[in-house]
Design a protein around this ligand. Structure first.
Ligand SMILES: O=C(O)C(=O)Cc1ccccc1
Length: 293
């Protein structure tokens, strides 16, 4: 099996692949690296790769817009998730005094905003396609530094100048595993040995589009879940891109579409909204939370 992820090697996406394959006992997984998230979606959709892994939300910075947009626009489904602790380091070939330019992925830069403002207020900041790409580029000039993982330092011959530079110690990114709909059962079967019978260990993700100016519509939708005691773990609105004030809602809930009450709730929602897309039911990744901030 192969899986597409943001590269080059040393990215947090690679960590997510490693963590997911370990937690699901998937052996012999080959990673195919891409330059951006949209390329991962496209390769999954046209089946150049069997699956893809992409970041969807971060505990400091919130959702990754391009991932939410692609989930709406493409035909891929979600078959898994994994949460990865993110501890950024400042890496360079030079010393702290040499640094003139700091490079990283926009998410990583945003997660270290206070650190940068306090320590490098006048240093030029440049964005890259990934943190590992920033590390790779920094290998060329001593005046460049990258915000990236500890592992990227080894991989690209850089020194770790400062560790744990994200603005909150407790920093996690949730990644989702995606596939084309016709491969989703196969991928779920590969990992099936660990999957408990359908129950609270599953999460289901849906997108609903409520027509603009429909008073009480969101209340009615949420009622379908509340009346059946279904726990929602996330609700997020995103512009529908049709005009200001028009939104789609991304909803995650505990349980699998194979359970009767979940299916009934989703059917109930479908009758009340303009459009609904079920992205999939997949095993929840339980991870140890850090408490010190
Ligand atoms: O750039 C990377 O390494 C990624 O995989 C994207 C990302 C960036 C920052 C935090 C988590 C994931």
């Amino acid at each position: 099996m192969n899986i597409g992820a943001l590269g080059p090697a040393g990215s947090y996406s690679q960590k997510a692949v490693d963590e997911w394959s370990k937690s699901r006992h998937v052996t012999s997984l080959e990673i195919v690296y891409y330059q951006d998230i949209q390329d991962v979606f496209e390769s999954v959709q046209d089946r150049t790769v069997d699956a893809g892994i992409i970041p969807i939300e971060n505990s400091i910075e919130g959702s990754i817009g391009i991932t939410l947009d692609q989930l709406l626009e493409s035909s891929v489904v979600i078959v898994g998730e994994v949460v990865v602790p993110i501890q950024h380091c400042l890496l360079s070939k030079g010393t702290l005094d040499d640094i003139r330019i700091i490079l990283s992925h926009p998410q990583a830069l945003a997660q270290c905003r206070q650190f940068l403002k306090s320590n490098f207020p006048n240093t030029e900041i440049r964005t890259t396609g990934s943190t590992s790409h920033a590390a790779k580029l920094s290998n060329e000039f001593a005046e460049m530094a990258a915000i990236a993982s500890r592992e990227s330092a080894d991989k690209y011959g850089l020194e770790i100048l400062i560790t744990d530079i994200q603005d909150k110690k407790n920093n996690h990114t949730r990644f989702i595993v995606i596939s084309s709909p016709d491969l989703s059962e196969e991928i779920k079967n590969i990992t099936a040995d660990l999957i408990t019978p359908d129950g609270p260990d599953y999460r289901t993700s849906i997108i609903v589009y409520i027509e603009k100016d429909s008073p009480g519509a969101l209340y009615t939708i949420l009622g379908e879940f509340a009346s059946r005691d279904i726990n929602l773990t996330r609700i997020e609105s995103r512009p529908s891109k049709k005009g200001l004030g028009d939104y789609v809602f991304y909803i995650d809930l505990n349980g699998s579409i194979n359970e009767k009450d979940i299916k009934e709730a989703i059917d109930g929602v479908a009758m009340k909204v303009k459009n609904i897309k079920v992205l999939g039911s997949y095993p929840i990744h339980h991870y140890p939370e850090q408490t010190d901030n």
